[in-house]
Design a protein. Structure first.
Length: 164
């Protein structure tokens, strides 16, 4: 991996990550990398590129979101939070569909419903989705500029959850 200075384009640091990187995220002074092999997550020092910690989870296709002093990890079957040191899982919730961060809440879209979680893992909202096909793999979730959550699927259904 190579980090460049945004202003000058000069190389800030170079580092080797043992596995091929799948996703990247930055926050809390760190660069987070999920690897393509065995759900490995690496936290690199944002200034030096030095390895700070490594977490191994056997889920693939991890999405990483630094938020609230934690690292939120969205996998194929669960979403969970790691503490800032990466040596402890703070909470974990199973999922059957897609997830997205909307402000200070995590929105989980399941087969027939939507659940909102606070960043500490507490459930803060739950709504049924009428006329939903049971195919979460064909569901997409995004957050609009105003904070509302947009949910669409391959059956031309579009849902909008207004920002709180």
């Amino acid at each position: 991996m190579i980090a460049y200075d945004a202003g000058s384009g000069a190389v800030q640091w170079r580092t080797e990550v043992p596995d091929a990187a799948e996703t990247l995220a930055a926050g809390n002074g760190e660069v987070f990398v999920s690897a393509q092999v065995q759900g490995r997550i690496y936290a690199l020092d944002g200034s030096t590129g030095d390895l700070r910690w490594e977490w191994i989870d056997h889920e693939d296709r991890l999405q990483l979101i630094p938020a609230g002093g934690r690292l939120i990890v969205i996998g194929e079957t669960s979403v969970y939070a790691l503490d800032a040191s990466g040596n402890r899982q703070v909470w974990r919730v199973p999922i059957t569909g897609r997830a997205a961060l909307a402000g200070d809440q995590l929105v989980l879209v399941g087969d027939t419903d939507v659940t909102a979680l606070a960043l500490d893992g507490r459930q803060v909202g739950h709504w049924p989705l009428p006329n939903r096909p049971r195919r979460p793999e064909s569901t997409w979730v995004s957050v609009a500029a105003d904070g509302s959550v947009m949910i669409s699927d391959s059956f031309f259904n579009l849902y909008r959850l207004a920002a709180a």
